[in-house]
Design a protein around this ligand. Structure first.
Ligand SMILES: C[S@@+](CC[C@H](N)C(=O)[O-])C[C@H]1O[C@@H](n2cnc3c(N)ncnc32)[C@H](O)[C@@H]1O
Length: 247
């Protein structure tokens, strides 16, 4: 058997290819979940109400929080979900912004985009769009968005500064960003950072909490704060809020 290359020796493109491969598997209906329960149990434990959604939306859910619940979305708002997966947060946000609003999901894994589009058709939802692309170069116009949400994705991006700069670019002045993501309380052991499965499992690419918040501030956001957090050893699932200044 050939030994797998270490993540810390890979280029950003090679890392993203591993992430794409991993999430193409999660897009399959048979993908396994989070301990002994089902993905539906897992989503409910995070505060989601999923009973009226088809199994094909829930079975590929891979978030670590519930950013839509925090975003206080209003009728008519335009929302972008960074790394939208099979679309759970997009569909919930679409209900909140109503027919005069729009929710755009962006994801770089073709199988996830296809699945999300199928789900939209199944649900008959019209105020959503799923766009194939990377969150480091968003297929979204400048200053065209009211709210950005993201659920357990930015830890997977090798260039997190670029992601926050792009988020800042597409938001209207006064727009807001609500993220659920994994951050670290202390540095990971080298072997964890080297392992592909740790990286694609949302741990190996995570960075220190303070570093993460500083990258958001460096992109131009203000009032950056952690709304709540739950720690598991050195990893923390954090809910983070940030604003683009009005002028
Ligand atoms: C852990 S899953 C979370 C999916 C979704 N947010 C959810 O809560 O179910 C990560 C998703 O982000 C996507 N992703 C990871 N890195 C990305 C990047 N750099 N650009 C776009 N999508 C990315 C993956 O394809 C995958 O669908």
């Amino acid at each position: 058997m050939t030994e797998q290359k270490r993540v810390t020796e890979m280029s950003n493109d090679e890392i993203k290819e591993e992430v794409r491969k991993a999430y193409a598997k999660v897009a399959q209906p048979t993908s396994s979940c989070c301990g002994t329960g089902t993905r539906s149990d897992y989503a409910k434990a995070l505060g989601y109400s999923v009973d009226d959604l088809p199994e094909s939306v829930i079975e590929s859910f891979a978030g670590c929080g519930n950013p839509t619940a925090l975003a206080s979305l209003k009728e008519g708002e335009v929302v972008v979900d960074l790394g939208s997966g099979a679309g759970l947060d997009v569909f919930l946000a679409a209900r909140q912004v109503g027919p005069s609003g729009l929710v755009i999901g962006v994801d770089m894994t073709p199988a996830m985009i296809e699945k999300a589009k199928d789900n939209a058709e199944k649900l008959g939802v019209k105020n959503v769009e799923f766009r194939f692309g990377e969150i480091e170069s968003l297929p979204v116009d400048d200053e065209s968005v009211d709210v950005i949400i993201s659920n357990c994705v930015i830890n997977l991006a090798p260039d997190k500064s670029k992601v926050f700069q792009e988020a800042f670019r597409i938001l209207h002045p006064g727009g807001r960003m609500l993220i659920s993501d994994i951050v670290l309380e202390a540095s990971l052991p080298q072997e964890t950072r080297d392992e592909v499965a740790s990286y694609t499992g949302c741990l190996g690419g995570a960075i220190l909490k303070e570093e993460y918040l500083q990258l958001i501030r460096d992109a131009g956001f203000t009032d950056v704060r952690i709304i709540s957090e739950a720690s598991f050893n050195i990893a923390t699932s954090a809910k983070i809020e940030a604003f683009k200044p009005r002028s």
